[in-house]
Design a protein around this ligand. Structure first.
Ligand code: MN
Length: 224
């Protein structure tokens, strides 16, 4: 399918800036990076995602990445930089923890206890680039289940506005390759092992019920 022309100057702002601002808002004494608020109650995503999973995933795993990032950056020029800056410019432990904080903030923000109908703009873009919404979901699930070990499956947009499914290992984030992240599902075992044990595919299927598709309405109206 031909690319649809878009204004590439719009691509990188918006969603990413929202998260940057939110991260900076919750500053504590000498602690630049803080745990972002969970946008729903701990038990709000049950039964697809249990309270116990959220308590561990958000309350312990994400908190640990935040704590690690503060420890690693304390007293360095990195302590005052945005998560995006660290993701784009560092490697090793600072990158790993900065990206995990960003990725988890993004992931938890994409989930909602209220079923949300997919905006027509996103449906159009998914159909344009994958053939149909169902075909997108099939390919996304395949990619997510194929990631060997820990990682993240992403829906991301290139500078021309086209959508791509991207597999990333460990803390990977497609913004490093110039893509704008639109959707992600965490496929580290800690994301699903309490509720689904080794059944990652079943976890992916249940995640579709929790996605807040409206989150991309504004973005897709402008750039998809
Ligand atoms: Mn995780």
């Amino acid at each position: 399918m031909d690319k649809i022309s878009t204004n590439s100057s719009d691509i990188d702002i918006g969603l990413i800036i929202d998260i940057t601002l939110r991260q900076r808002t919750f500053k504590q004494d000498n602690m630049i990076f803080t745990l972002p608020p969970l946008p729903y109650a701990m038990d709000a995503l049950e039964p697809a995602m249990s309270q116990q999973t959220i308590e561990y995933h958000y309350g312990k795993h994400l908190q640990t990445y935040v704590d690690n990032l503060n420890r690693l950056t304390e007293g360095t020029p990195y302590s005052d930089r945005s998560l995006e800056h660290l993701i784009l410019t560092t490697t090793g432990p600072i990158f790993d923890n900065a990206a995990q904080v960003w990725n988890h903030t993004f992931f938890f923000d994409t989930l909602t206890p209220e079923p949300v109908r997919m905006p027509s703009e996103l449906e159009f873009a998914l159909t344009r680039d994958f053939g149909s919404v169902e075909e997108f979901k099939t390919r996304f699930k395949k990619a997510a289940t194929e990631i060997f070990g820990s990682g993240w499956a992403w829906l991301a947009q290139d500078n021309a506005g086209r959508l791509h499914i991207i597999k990333e290992s460990n803390a990977g984030n497609p913004m490093r390759a110039g893509y704008k992240p639109l959707l992600t599902i965490d496929v580290w075992e800690h994301a699903y092992y309490i509720d689904y044990r080794n059944r990652r595919g079943e976890f992916i299927d249940k995640c579709w019920e929790l996605i807040n598709w409206k989150r991309w309405q504004k973005e897709c109206t402008r750039t998809c």
